[in-house]
Design a protein around this ligand. Structure first.
Ligand code: 13P
Ligand code: SF4
Length: 349
């Protein structure tokens, strides 16, 4: 069941029209090398660790890897930041990832290359619309995806990431809970079909994954009949239906390693190709189609907000200590509870 409660039209308009960020500026090779050295030195000077998502620029992913930070999915980013001894976390990703790091590590300084890196799911679910929606269904347990603001997390009973959404909802269903699920309707629909749970879905979508097209994917499969298809569950149901493996970014990389096929068609942000190709150097990776016949893509399998994380901005935030995540203490404490439930669940399962 999809809620008819409107997602905020103004929030949606912000990312559909005036809000799409500009494409990143390309650097000369010499500038790139100088910046990489500067960032390495600044990480040491600031005693900071770099925590990057699989979708950010491979330049940043490789720096995180080489400086003993981490490149991970959103769940592992949160855990790594919380458990690492560094007092300063540099989170290269989108804002909800920085906020999650701060909620889990209130005593640490959390900086981001930019605070403008949004997420269409987060934007589609403003707290002033979401809170009354929850209030209107007091009999339902509120489960929100990690791709939400701290305020929305604070209103939730549970937070989940794509890697553990199915087991958490399965568990809650087994305990007799009826659920509100927000904000991704495609992931919610997938989880609902996997678990059979009673879920009232918010209507948000990811601007990257909603663009994958099933007919074009079928056509591509005909050209590569031996290929396996890997799909992130933020994609539409008819695309998921064609998948050999469905999962979070980390789970898709593991599936690339365990599946026998030597050719893999990948339906998620192309930033993942950097680490996936390292994991399966002998396999051929093909990007799943986003356009479809006669159509055009807007994100073209590349998250515009993840793309705002540049080497220049990374160096700036380290140099100047700018773009710090600051959260209200009470809000943070309330948002911590559903996040802690998620982390306790992953430890127990
Ligand atoms: P993961 O939890 O799979 O890393 O997904 C985060 C995300 O934003 C996907 O679009
Ligand atoms: Fe949000 Fe989609 Fe970008 Fe992930 S890829 S951060 S879900 S807009």
């Amino acid at each position: 069941m999809i809620s008819d409660f409107p997602t905020s039209p103004s929030a949606l308009a912000r990312y559909v029209d005036g809000y799409w960020p500009a494409a990143p500026v390309l650097l000369k090779e010499s500038e790139r090398l100088v910046l990489r050295e500067r960032i390495r030195a600044l990480l040491v000077r600031e005693k900071a660790v770099l925590v990057a998502h699989y979708y950010v620029d491979p330049e940043i992913q490789s720096l995180a890897q080489e400086t003993h930070g981490c490149v991970a999915d959103s769940l592992e980013m949160a855990r790594f930041g919380r458990d690492h001894g560094a007092n300063t976390l540099i989170v290269a990703g989108v804002r909800f990832m920085g906020e999650t790091a701060k909620i889990l590590s209130p005593g640490k300084r959390v900086l981001m290359p930019t605070l403008q890196a949004e997420c269409s799911l987060d934007l589609s679910c403003p707290i002033d619309a979401f809170a009354p929606f929850c209030d209107a269904h007091p009999d339902r347990t509120v489960v929100v995806y990690a791709n939400t603001s701290a305020a929305v997390k604070a209103r939730a009973d549970w937070v989940v990431t794509s890697s553990i959404a199915v087991p958490v909802v399965d568990y809650l269903d087994g305990e007799g809970h009826k659920l509100i699920w927000a904000p991704d309707r495609f992931l919610g629909d997938y989880v609902q079909r996997q678990t059979g749970a009673d879920m009232l879905l918010w209507g948000g979508a990811c601007v990257v994954h909603e663009e994958f097209k099933s007919q074009a994917l079928r056509d591509l499969k005909q050209l590569h009949p031996d290929a396996a298809v890997l799909v992130h569950p933020e994609s539409p149901a008819d695309v998921i239906a064609l998948a050999d493996a469905v999962g979070s970014t980390a789970q898709l990389i593991r599936a690339a390693q365990t599946l026998a096929q030597m050719t893999l068609i990948v339906a998620t942000d192309q930033g993942i190709f950097y680490k996936m190709q390292q994991a399966v150097p002998n396999k051929t990776l093909i990007a799943a189609p986003t356009g479809g016949q006669g159509a055009t893509c807007r994100s073209c399998a590349s998250c515009p907000w993840m793309g705002m994380n540049s080497l220049v901005k990374l160096a700036q935030c380290l140099e100047q200590g700018c773009n710090e995540i600051i959260l209200d203490g009470d809000l943070s404490t309330r948002a911590m509870k559903p996040l802690q439930r998620m982390l306790d669940f992953t430890r127990a399962s």
